[in-house]
Design a binder for this molecule. Structure first.
Ligand code: ATP
Ligand code: MG
Length: 317
């Protein structure tokens, strides 16, 4: 994973949003470390877009406060906005312009003039791989290309943090892989990325940390591994097939610390293991020392989708 610092670039305190009687976001707290790719995950209607619109300074919260790169988002929304590149969940583009004209228009809107505009546009076009599409009219772009164009647009003012609402939705598998690579590149450039999704597995490989939201409340927050370890609780299940003497192998595993629920099924020894990586390495040596050959080891961890279901009781796509 890329370097992140403990210094939070986004801090959210008791953020609450009510629409009439509907409490869409309920006193949520979380922070995002500078340089991190942070996932904001939750099922449909959980409150992701509402929170994101508040952070993008497009909507005032009912209560609570937030800081973006040291700026109080309620007191200094303009300053906060300058630090943010925001991509909404629904991206509309102005028709009748080519990709080049479109980006140039936004660069002008950001008051980027002179030679700097050309340099900046070139670098953003290269980063988002739009070079071959510059003369194409925006209305004929595919969803994936349009997504890249909108990301390019959000990068024009060189924001410190990108806030992306469901950026990968509707992308095909290849476009998703390319999108992930682009996020990594942005992270290497020192940007912080805060992105939402309703699919935990979609983000697990790229996120340093996540906040999981359900019905307006944060139900888990932190590194995915830590969340998984906490929820999986009782450890990992192993099924070890040995060539012979399964009862002897069982006795050896039984004697090891961090091992429980041992049993034998034919030549397979089954148990739960709740120790750390180091202890796991030490688990196998006594078996070989006893002259027993291990044929296969099957490890069953709770998968991410299962954990997401546990956390949200919601629907997994
Ligand atoms: N302007 C509004 N007026 C009334 N209710 C709203 C408004 N905006 C959002 N809500 C409600 O707030 C809740 C959270 O909506 P939000 O759009 O933030 O969810 P989400 O997590 O982004 O969902 P999705 O995954 O479907 O995009 C929903 O119940 C929604 O109906
Ligand atoms: Mg949404």
């Amino acid at each position: 994973m890329s370097p992140t610092t403990a210094e939070p670039i986004v801090q959210v305190c008791n953020l609450t949003m009510r629409f009439g009687k509907k409490e869409a976001v309920k006193r949520i707290n979380f922070s995002v470390s500078r340089g991190a790719v942070h996932g904001f995950i939750g099922p449909n209607g959980a409150g992701k877009t509402t929170t994101i619109r508040i952070l993008a300074t497009l909507q005032l919260p009912t209560e609570g406060c937030f800081w973006i790169a040291g700026e109080n988002g309620l007191v200094e929304p303009r300053k906060a906005r300058q630090k943010i590149g925001y991509m909404p969940d629904f991206v509309g583009v102005y028709n009748g312009l080519t990709v080049a004209e479109y980006l140039d228009f936004f660069a002008l809107a950001y008051r980027i003039h002179g030679p700097r505009r050309k340099t900046l546009l070139d670098s953003v076009v290269e980063l988002t791989d739009l070079g071959d599409l510059l003369e194409v009219e925006v209305q004929v772009l595919s969803k994936g290309m349009r997504q890249r164009l909108c990301l390019a647009q959000t990068l024009l003012h060189d924001p410190e943090i990108l806030i992306l609402d469901e950026p990968a939705s509707g992308l095909d598998p290849r476009a998703r892989i390319e999108f992930r690579a682009l996020l990594r590149e942005l992270q290497q450039m020192g940007k912080t990325v805060f992105l939402s999704s309703h699919i935990l597995t979609e983000l697990s490989s790229i996120c340093d940390s996540v906040s999981i939201i359900e019905q307006g409340e944060i139900v888990a927050d932190g590194r995915i591994d830590d969340i998984m370890a906490r929820l999986a609780g009782s450890g990992i299940s192993f099924q070890v097939r040995v060539s012979s003497r399964p009862e002897d192998a069982l006795a050896i595993f039984d004697a090891a610390p961090d091992v429980s629920r041992t049993r034998v099924d034919g030549n397979v020894v089954k148990f739960r293991f709740s120790g750390d990586e180091q202890r796991l390495h030490e688990l196998w040596a006594p078996i070989s020392s006893a002259g027993i050959s291990i044929v296969t080891i099957r490890r069953e961890e709770e998968d991410l989708e299962h954990i997401f279901m546990k956390l949200t009781r919601g629907e997994v796509s």
